[in-house]
Write a protein that binds this ligand. Structure first.
Ligand SMILES: Cc1cc2nc3c(=O)[nH]c(=O)nc-3n(C[C@H](O)[C@H](O)[C@H](O)COP(=O)(O)OP(=O)(O)OC[C@H]3O[C@@H](n4cnc5c(N)ncnc54)[C@H](O)[C@@H]3O)c2cc1C
Length: 459
């Protein structure tokens, strides 16, 4: 990781309590609220929905525009589908000091290592209760505008909606600092494919996929081959007539029947779509298709944030952010929690939040603006050197534990536990060995055994 040698500087003044707004009461917002309050800050959490949990609040409702492109659509926040199980083992899911209950500890509970989404929501609600966070949250209150004033403080304009559609009342308040935790799995990214405008079939984004039954007897193309695509293709294969998964990383090799399925094939990228309903793949295959599901990921989206272009989103890079958190020219009064992806999220949220809380109070010092910008620049150069595209700026898959430990060191916390890393590495290995069923088929690998043993000691 770049410039990890930027050591915390000693500070002269005692910690200061600040008035801090947190936007969002998902896992990141809850972690931020807890750490900010622990540091002595006065915290208000703005949450546009009526509950804590963010993404983990499953709803059968989908958006009116199934592709999620209409800017006037009523936004549904969560992208969960009914069958979703975590893609991390439960041991990895918990915050550092509030373990996700172990299988053994939950007698009568879900015995599976990869729990369903409802259990994650319960865990977050328990966390909010345990640390008395509910009283900090203003529910049904959406931040509509966030802007810095001439004194360097933040004007927060929020809109409250009542239980039955709302009174729509607006409020303007001023905060010393704002921590943005609005999530980044709500604004769909769509694949651009020749001929799509005239293609007559139905299209949707995975954001709006919930259950497989409506796809009964349909011929479906799934664009993408990462987590959601893999889950959704298997979910709908039980109902659809045919499922064709298009993976753009595959070259022109012929379609491959997917093991364990007689109605699912893996193809290369889509070459074109046509008025007669045909979808043509680069592998030469042409199929008459009823439905295309874009499992093509999401965009960072901060519609409320006005920073005169100091913070930008370009090709899924939020720029510039020192350590993916602080915009150098607005630090420390503006911070983002939860931007990195391909990570173990909850412990990372916690460490990011501890750092932000300590920096805001003045207990932990940041480098100078120039040093922060230099650090960001060297991260971009490192990415370029290994051929990573810009859109991978916040993909920390290869350095996530190094990143977490850097944060831990800044905060004076212990490093991330060895068992958590072992469990994560073992999951990846197991996924390669059992791509179809990695959640249920689990080798008694020495990595796992070691991680399990260490986790039990930790509990
Ligand atoms: C399909 C899917 C599967 C996933 N699977 C896993 C998994 O197995 N394991 C794992 O650890 N992670 C998984 N994740 C990642 C998951 O997003 C994170 O675990 C985590 O829940 C993100 O938390 P967050 O607080 O950053 O965002 P969110 O949970 O999205 O919370 C953001 C909150 O901000 C609120 N908000 C947004 N805008 C405003 C506004 N303007 N004003 C007020 N409130 C606002 C929203 O209502 C929401 O409550 C998955 C994500 C998806 C989409």
């Amino acid at each position: 990781m770049s410039s990890s040698s930027l050591a915390p500087r000693p500070l002269p003044s005692p910690p200061t309590s600040r008035h801090v707004a947190v936007i969002g009461a998902g896992a990141a917002g809850l972690a931020a609220a807890r750490e900010l309050r622990r540091e002595g800050h006065r915290v208000v959490v703005f949450e546009r929905s009526a509950a804590v949990g963010g993404t983990w609040i499953y709803t059968p409702a989908a958006e009116s525009d199934a592709l999620g492109l209409d800017p006037l659509r009523e936004v549904v926040h969560s992208s969960l589908y009914d069958s979703l199980r975590t893609n991390l083992p439960r041991e990895c899911m918990g915050f550092l000091d509030y373990p996700f209950s172990s299988r053994r500890a939950r007698a009568g509970g879900d015995p599976r290592r990869f729990p369903g989404h409802r259990e994650v929501l319960c865990y977050l609600q328990d966390f909010a209760r345990e640390f008395d966070l509910y009283g900090l949250v203003r529910f049904r209150t959406e931040v509509a505008l966030l802007e810095r004033d001439n004194d360097g403080r933040w004007q927060v304009n929020s809109r409250r909606s009542g239980a039955a559609g709302g009174d729509g009342s607006d409020e303007n308040e001023v905060f010393d600092g704002v921590v943005v935790c609005n999530g980044h799995y709500t604004e769909p990214r769509i694949a651009e494919i020749p001929g799509m405008d005239a293609w007559p079939g139905k299209q949707m984004h995975s954001h709006n996929y919930r259950v497989p039954e409506p796809l009964l007897d349909q011929v479906v193309v799934i664009i993408g081959n990462s987590n959601s695509a893999v889950d959704i293709s298997r979910d709908i294969a039980r109902f659809a007539k045919e499922v064709h998964v298009s993976d753009r990383s595959l070259t022109d090799e012929p379609p491959r029947k997917q093991p364990g399925y007689d109605n699912m094939w893996l193809h290369s990228a889509i070459a074109s779509t046509h008025k007669d309903g045909a979808v043509v793949f680069r592998d030469g295959c042409s199929i008459h298709v009823d439905v295309i599901i874009h499992c093509t990921g999401y965009k960072y989206h901060f519609p409320f944030l006005k920073t005169k272009n100091i913070v930008t989103v370009d090709d899924n890079r939020v720029g510039s952010l020192y350590k993916h958190i602080f915009p150098p020219f607005l630090a420390p009064s503006l911070a983002f929690i939860g931007i990195p992806w391909k990570v173990v999220p909850f412990p990372m949220f916690e460490l990011q939040s501890k750092w932000v809380a300590g920096v805001l109070s003045g207990r932990i010092a940041l480098p100078t603006k120039e040093e922060m910008l230099e650090d960001v620049k060297s991260w971009y150069l490192e990415m370029e050197a290994v051929g990573w595209p810009k859109r991978y700026t916040h993909n920390l898959s290869n350095i996530q534990f190094e990143y977490d430990n850097w944060l831990a060191e800044q905060c004076g916390c212990p490093s991330v536990e060895e068992w958590r890393k072992l469990m994560y590495v073992a999951t990846k290995k197991n996924k390669r060995a059992h791509p179809e069923s990695y959640r249920d088929e689990w080798d008694d690998d020495h990595l796992i055994l070691q991680a399990e043993e260490d986790f039990q000691k930790f509990l």
